[in-house]
Design a binder for this molecule. Structure first.
Ligand code: DAT
Ligand code: MG
Length: 140
């Protein structure tokens, strides 16, 4: 198995409820290491750029507005199969479909306000990590 890095975002609904530590602990307990972390407040334009791949989807406006509504915590998680492992800990996009023990089952409020983002492939992880962090900020 390969050691990978993936991008995680603790979304506004979760930072607003003071869940940053609880969510980070779930990733750490799953064997992922937080090798970079910062709390930022995205502008709507920055959120729009990050989620550009979803620009044609009907919920794009709502998604960008939500992501810019309050601070987020962006983190780089490192570990064996980090991309897939992070997605497993996150749970399904829709919390109604998320498995027991996942972040979204425990904390998500709705399909839109679903507490966490995680890269969906190693290729996208590299792009998303570079969107938020310079190489100097990644400390394994
Ligand atoms: P994921 O975040 O699980 O990778 P995605 O990439 O398909 O899911 O969508 C990105 C985000 O967009 C998702 O976390 C929440 C929002 N979203 C997805 N489907 C939605 C829907 N049907 N209605 C509202 N928001 C939605
Ligand atoms: Mg996605």
């Amino acid at each position: 198995m390969a050691v990978e890095r993936t991008l995680s975002i603790i979304k506004p609904d979760a930072t607003a409820r003071n869940l940053t530590g609880a969510i980070a602990k779930m990733f750490e307990d799953a064997g992922l290491r937080i090798v970079a972390s910062k709390r930022i407040h995205l502008t709507p334009a920055q959120a729009g750029k990050f989620y550009e791949v979803h620009a044609e989807r009907p919920f794009y406006g709502e998604l960008c507005e939500f992501m810019a509504s309050a601070p987020v915590v962006v983190q780089v998680l490192e570990g064996e199969n980090a991309v897939a492992k992070n997605r497993e800990v996150m749970g399904a996009t829709n919390p109604a479909e998320a498995a027991e023990g996942t972040v979204r089952k425990a904390f998500a409020l709705s399909i839109g306000e679903n507490s966490v983002h995680g890269s969906d492939s190693a290729e996208n992880a590299a792009i998303e990590i570079a969107f938020f962090f310079s190489g100097l900020e990644l400390v394994g």
